[in-house]
Write a protein that binds this ligand. Structure first.
Ligand code: FAD
Length: 451
């Protein structure tokens, strides 16, 4: 059996929702019956960041349909009804198991062949498993990952059953940090274990990390840094119960008894379907041009799976696992497919890259931070604001200084909208540190540089 569509979006996450909206709204938009979205999730696309924030709250938790795309960008709420009304076929709970780009067909796990004229790959990324690091135990009933709604439902159930108990969080990235905050809200005692010297070590400086670690410690979270969990003690499921982890064992032999484990050890782009068919980037991701077009002219890739040239970095290929990137690359591909000259960067886009400013954020407890730009190229980092933990809402930041004293990246905790706009604009136009300091000060954030 088989169906044919002009446009197929493979994957039903954030990028899929934004691409669909853009395709429908475009002045040369798609007509009913032309577009299909295939997703192995059982629900219409939703704003994935909600899973580690509102969804995990013990009270007043966010639930669908409230956070379907594209509500995160203060836009339309794309419920299943919306797709129906726009004649978009949602093929849910269906996994694509192979792709034949020569024939322009996708084979699903239900045995259906779906063909396309244009394919948008929006398969996102998957959470890395403990087993990939030689640690068993992911199958246990109280071991949680967090990538999709099913994972989030499992974690909510396990947290409820562990009230007053203890959890080990493996990984010190944003998933680990956000989940730790949720566990604390559920009155579960948390120990975080990670190999780095401090939390969020790919982004935070030691000074920034120190602030968050102190804040978390004050909430009762314990940190065990510079080591790894090398095995989990799994008890056999008795009376038909699923196996349960009872202890996490560290490299130095320490044993951490626990009622549950949360794993946040990174993600990998879902490119497997296209191995040998599309050019990929060596660090993972499908290589695309500034219009998100892959090495096969009928295929576009967007969101976490796409490695695209970034104009701000002189056309360097980058891949981001950021929700803002998923939204923007999805819109970009949709307008490129329908050829909207106004939405293109101009023709130099091809050479110089997509006009994109990397932006990432997180919210934990009463804290909220944003990061704009790049923290890799900086020659020096200047911290500013007040890092002292106190009852008042903290407001501080850091600025990564690149070539010629230009601002390459800015981190802000507790920044107002205006201050964030100043940070974004400073990175975008390569302002000097003095210019950024002046702007932030005018907008109420004293740039008292901390030695
Ligand atoms: P996804 O949203 O992951 O969607 C991919 C979709 O493709 C999924 O539906 C998947 O099931 C489907 N799929 C994959 N393979 C197949 C297949 N073979 N067949 C059918 N379907 C398939 N970013 C931020 O900037 N800030 C945050 O605070 C933040 N919080 C996050 C919290 C969590 C818990 C997670 C998991 C991510 C968070 N992110 C955050 C990252 C952000 O959500 C991602 O960058 C974004 O979801 C990427 O969108 P995407 O559409 O590329 O991929």
């Amino acid at each position: 059996m088989g169906r044919a569509f002009a446009y197929v979006i493979l994957g039903g996450g954030v990028a899929a929702g934004y691409a669909a909206l853009e395709l429908v709204r475009h002045r040369n938009g798609v007509s009913p019956g032309e577009l299909c979205i295939i997703s192995d999730e059982a629900v219409a696309p939703y704003e994935r960041p909600a899973l580690s924030k509102g969804y995990l709250l013990p009270r007043g938790a966010a639930r669908l349909p409230a956070f379907h795309t594209c509500v995160g960008a203060n836009d339309e709420l794309l419920t299943e009804q919306w797709y129906k009304e726009h004649g978009i076929e949602l093929v849910l709970a269906t996994r694509v198991i192979s792709a034949d780009l020569r024939r322009k067909t996708l084979l699903t796990d239900t045995g259906e062949t779906i063909s396309y004229k244009t394919l948008i790959v929006a398969t996102g990324a998957r959470a890395l498993k403990l087993e990939e690091f030689g640690v068993g135990g992911s199958h246990a009933a109280n071991v949680c990952y967090l990538r999709n709604l099913e994972d989030a439902d499992k974690m909510v159930g396990v947290m409820r059953s562990c009230h007053g108990g203890s959890a080990v969080v493996i990984g010190g990235g944003y998933i680990g940090m956000e989940c730790a905050a949720a566990l604390v809200a559920h009155e579960i005692k948390v120990t975080m274990v990670f190999p780095g010297k401090h939390c969020m070590d790919r982004l935070f400086t030691p000074k920034i990390a120190e602030f968050y670690e102190k804040y978390y410690t004050a909430k009762g979270v314990a940190f065990i840094k510079g080591t790894a969990v090398t095995s989990l003690e799994v008890s056999d499921g008795k009376c038909n119960c699923m196996p349960q982890v009872t202890e996490a064992i560290l490299r130095d032999g320490r044993r951490l008894p626990c009622d549950m484990v949360v794993v946040g050890i990174g993600a990998r782009a879902n490119t497997g379907l296209f191995d040998g068919q599309l050019a990929t980037e060596k660090r993972g991701g499908i290589k695309v041009d500034a219009r998100m077009r892959a090495s096969d002219a009928a295929v576009y890739a967007v969101g976490d799976v796409a490695a695209f040239p970034v104009a701000l970095f002189g056309g360097d290929l980058r891949r981001f696992e950021h929700v803002d990137c998923a939204r923007r690359t999805a819109r970009r591909a949709a307008s490129a497919i329908l050829q909207d000259p106004a939405a293109s960067n101009g023709d130099n886009a091809k050479e110089e890259g997509f006009d994109y400013l990397p932006f990432f954020y997180s919210r934990v407890f009463a804290l909220s931070w944003q990061f704009y730009g790049d923290n890799a190229a900086g020659d020096a980092v200047i911290h500013f604001g007040d890092f002292s933990p106190g009852p008042a809402a903290p407001r501080f930041g850091a600025c990564w200084v690149g070539a010629g004293g230009r601002v390459g990246g800015v981190f802000l905790e507790g920044g107002t909208r205006e201050q964030s706009e100043s940070a974004a604009s400073a990175v975008r136009r390569g302002a000097t540190v003095a210019e950024l300091a002046g702007e932030l000060e005018r907008r109420g954030l004293t740039f008292a540089v901390d030695p």
